[in-house]
Design a protein around this ligand. Structure first.
Ligand SMILES: Nc1ncnc2c1ncn2[C@@H]1O[C@H](COP(=O)(O)OP(=O)(O)OP(=O)(O)O)[C@@H](O)[C@H]1O
Ligand SMILES: O=C(O)c1ccc[n+]([C@@H]2O[C@H](COP(=O)([O-])O)[C@@H](O)[C@H]2O)c1
Length: 229
């Protein structure tokens, strides 16, 4: 009898398909709401990997306050040494708006068809889904996991009510197959936003404990978000 290697990564040749999470964002800057939510989803759904994906040109908002390179560097600082959280910088290589459908198509082209892909969206982002580029095709490529946001108050638009009625399952662990369903996931409610963090920094206040220490050190070292920027 051979010993089992519990540290061995899944290779794809095992019976269970890989389970990959994707959390896209502007990350201007990344904060504990993103990171704690990501970690809790990894553990609750036994994901093999969760990719944090900073966008280059956010499709539905103004230009970020700091450069894509700084936003990427902060995400890298935040997840350094914390597998299975990893950074995927593919959106920074595309010189057009960072449409999620393009990202999912490029991801899918690299994976076996049976890989389960879970797109994480905060409730506010989920409510905006019907305005996204080719939004009705998204579920062909992924499942959607909706993260609660305690500071969000928007009601889902009618188009989403219909989609939820057709595609949602109550237990995220019951999501079957590579794509096509929606589930809500419980997470520790953290009413923190990048907007709040930018405002605190611009007014000379501390953001300690709202971002990881390594991100705070990066912000300080590069003088980001302070009133003079
Ligand atoms: N505190 C939070 N709890 C749950 N989800 C969150 C939280 N903050 C952000 N998210 C989700 O993470 C994704 C990326 O968010 P984003 O980078 O835009 O951060 P943000 O805090 O919403 O930024 P901003 O305040 O600049 O709009 C979105 O799907 C968003 O809904
Ligand atoms: O594909 C779209 O049309 C689209 C429209 C708005 C937002 N997104 C993506 O949704 C994620 C969260 O967006 P944001 O603006 O909350 O950082 C991020 O990865 C964006 O690129 C995607």
């Amino acid at each position: 009898m051979t010993d089992l290697d519990l540290t061995a990564p899944h290779t794809g040749s095992e019976s269970r398909p890989q389970r990959i999470g994707v959390l896209g964002g502007t990350f201007d800057p990344v904060h504990i709401g993103h990171l704690r939510g990501a970690l809790e989803v990894v553990e609750a759904l036994a994901l093999d990997e969760l990719r944090l994906m900073p966008n280059a040109r956010p499709p539905h908002r103004g230009t970020p306050q700091v450069s894509a390179q700084d936003r990427l560097a902060m995400v890298e600082c935040a997840v350094a040494g914390l597998p299975p959280l990893v950074v995927d910088a593919r959106e920074l290589q595309r010189d057009k708006p960072s449409w999620t459908i393009d990202t999912l198509e490029s991801l899918r082209a690299e994976m076996p068809a049976e890989t389960q892909v879970f797109l994480l969206l905060g409730w506010d982002a989920f409510c905006g889904l019907p305005t996204w580029h080719r939004w009705e095709e998204l579920l062909q490529h992924c499942h959607i996991l909706v993260l609660q946001r305690p500071d969000a108050d928007s009601e889902p638009p009618d188009a989403l009510r219909n989609l939820l009625a057709a595609r949602s399952v109550s237990d995220p662990l019951a999501l079957k197959g590579p794509s096509g369903q929606i589930a809500f996931v419980w997470q520790t409610p953290l009413a923190v936003s990048a907007t709040q963090i930018r405002q605190l920094l611009a007014s000379g206040k501390s953001v300690r404990f709202l971002v990881p220490d390594a991100v705070l050190a990066y912000i300080d070292a590069h003088g980001l978000y302070r009133a003079s920027n």
